[in-house]
Design a protein around this ligand. Structure first.
Ligand code: ZN
Ligand code: ZN
Length: 177
């Protein structure tokens, strides 16, 4: 959806606050004994995010009606503020991840799962912003990601669905240099 300036940048303010509050509450509830397990879930879900990012981009952003039209606009007007509003991404996250895990396994597990996935999402929106608005030096990690994403935007939209990593494109044979 077309976002205003505040809408576009609110992810970078709201997500860190939600993650910090949830981490403080989750770790307090977990206590020292369960803290290592809590951290392990966060790291696992951070890795899980990279696959989620790939699947969402490949199968939702490029195929689901209406969402596809908006994403097509982003492909053409790559610096415009077309994006997902924070309330929508947070709402979907709460319904699909946080609440089900809370009901099934309790608050400690739910807070860890959410912190991992939301950290991944924040990393993704940050990288995506940087590769469209910054001019990273060559060679660098960011330059490689920018180049790969430019190939996806302008040369082959059936390749390079991963934004923050190349791993899943390699696994599913959609990587293109
Ligand atoms: Zn795309
Ligand atoms: Zn893009």
């Amino acid at each position: 959806m077309q976002l205003g300036l505040i809408g576009y940048y609110s992810d970078f303010v709201v997500y860190p606050i939600v993650i910090l509050v949830l981490a403080a509450a989750g770790l307090t509830e977990a206590g020292a004994e369960r803290a290592p397990g809590w951290i392990a879930i966060v790291v696992g879900c951070l890795v899980l995010w990279t696959l989620t990012e790939y699947v969402l981009h490949r199968f939702v952003l490029h195929h689901v009606p209406y969402i596809k039209d908006l994403h097509d606009r982003h492909h053409v007007e790559e610096r415009s503020s077309v994006g997902t509003p924070t309330w929508l991404s947070l709402g979907v996250h709460a319904l699909v991840a946080f609440l089900p895990v809370w009901l099934l396994s309790g608050f400690v597990a739910a807070s860890a799962v959410s912190c991992g996935l939301m950290l991944g999402y924040l990393w993704y929106v940050s990288i995506h912003h940087m590769i469209h608005h910054w001019h990273p030096i060559h060679p660098s990690y960011l330059y490689t990601l920018k180049r790969r994403h430019a190939v996806h935007h302008h040369i082959d939209e059936n390749a390079n669905f991963g934004v923050t990593s190349v791993f899943w494109d390699r696994v599913f044979r959609t990587a293109r240099l």
